[in-house]
Design a protein. Structure first.
Length: 236
């Protein structure tokens, strides 16, 4: 039986962040993109999403979506056949990072979403190249469409998320750790550690991509996800 695939966007992103990959993967299988829209903690978002997901599925998330994916695996391991973590940091947020995020929350509350986006998407977020402007335009449109209320909820979840390295260490399903070669937000060693911790993990580095490889290098990211879906399932 062909597995359904569930993709979870990260902060300020919706189904457009996975448009190319969802289209490429849906041949012969069900692909669902679910934007976390309720709750103010990773745990709450995971619980709310579970009620609307297939009985069994391969699960991948980008950024905050990856943190939520791990929490879903923790809560319903019998339903998750595979795990994909794209540009996901498993560390809890530092006090300094949480304070900077609080400043963006204040701006969002007074409707300054353009300022929020400018602060959220730093120069080191994306890889250099001619495609940056198109990615930035897509990000800006997603952020404006999703609005300040959702941004604030997702920001609270980021501030409150717990370290998840132990969860990944206990993960026994085929796992893909996907990162961009030019990700300036998370050091490469963090992704190396994640791939080492999970017993059945493979690291996929996407060349010429930063924090958002699904938008920056859509075809290479699709290939990484297809490779992930071809990994043999473990027998329980």
């Amino acid at each position: 039986m062909v597995e359904a695939v569930v993709l979870l966007p990260g902060i300020l992103c919706d189904d457009r962040v996975f448009a190319h990959q969802a289209s490429g993967l849906e041949k012969g299988r069900t692909v669902c993109v679910r934007t976390p829209k309720t709750g103010q903690k990773v745990e709450e978002m995971a619980e709310d999403l579970l009620a609307d997901l297939p009985e069994r599925f391969a699960l991948a998330g980008q950024g905050l979506g990856g943190n939520i994916a791990l929490e879903i695996l923790k809560r319903a391991p019998e339903r998750v056949s595979r795990l994909g973590l794209i540009s996901t940091c498993l560390l809890s947020e530092t006090p300094m990072a949480a304070a900077l995020r609080e400043e963006r929350i204040v701006r969002a509350r007074v409707g300054r979403m353009e300022d929020v986006l400018a602060s959220e998407i730093q120069p080191k977020t994306l890889a250099p190249g001619s495609g940056r402007l198109a990615v930035l335009n897509t990000l800006g449109q997603m952020a404006l469409d999703l609005g300040p209320d959702l941004f604030i909820r997702q920001s609270r979840a980021m501030q409150r998320k717990r370290d998840q390295h132990d969860l990944l260490r206990r993960c026994t399903v085929p796992t893909a750790v996907i990162c961009g070669s030019d990700d300036g937000l998370t050091p490469r060693r963090r992704f190396d550690l994640m791939a080492h911790l999970a017993p059945c993990a493979k690291l996929h580095e996407i060349p010429n991509a930063g924090y958002l490889p699904s938008l920056e290098q859509p075809e290479a990211t699709l290939a990484a996800l297809q490779s992930w879906l071809e990994m043999p399932l473990r027998l329980h």
